[in-house]
Design a protein around this ligand. Structure first.
Ligand code: ZN
Length: 148
């Protein structure tokens, strides 16, 4: 337990210092804005799909450390994935952070399991989940995603 908490802290710090895929795409095919009024997280996400594959992804915004790290790791993992695979990860991430998916069982989340611990911190679940709601909204053609 101590190891997973430590890994979680390290990943959050690392992705906040150097967020992956920071900046919006000039030639996005899909985009959405995500807001979490409870914490004040506000992000913009842009995607470029080539056929059914996420070819490029970028984000920016004002967000707390958990939200920013989740967004950074999300963009890194969905790049090169198909829309269906990415949507499956949205579902799995949501299930993991709400306690419905066992991170020790089968899933496609890879290192994103460091976020499993937020299920014990209800106010932080929304921060971690916001980028994923926003990704889902971008795919669906919805402009705005909100955790409320
Ligand atoms: Zn937050």
């Amino acid at each position: 337990m101590t190891d997973s908490r430590q890994l979680y802290q390290e990943m959050i710090l690392e992705h906040n210092k150097k967020p992956r895929n920071w900046g919006l795409l000039a030639d996005a095919t899909h985009k959405a804005e995500g807001v979490n009024p409870l914490c004040g997280d506000h992000i913009h996400l842009s995607l470029r799909l080539a056929g059914d594959t996420v070819e490029a992804v970028g984000f920016e915004g004002e967000a707390c450390a958990i939200c920013k790290a989740s967004a950074s790791m999300m963009t890194a993992i969905v790049k090169g994935k198909t829309r269906a695979d990415a949507e499956q990860m949205v579902q799995e991430f949501r299930d993991m952070t709400t306690g419905k998916l066992d991170p020790a069982g089968p899933h496609h989340l890879g290192r994103l399991t460091v976020f499993a611990g937020v299920r014990d911190l209800p106010t932080r679940v929304k921060c971690a989940i916001l980028p994923w709601h926003t990704l889902h909204a971008a795919f669906a053609g919805t402009d705005t995603a909100s955790t409320e």
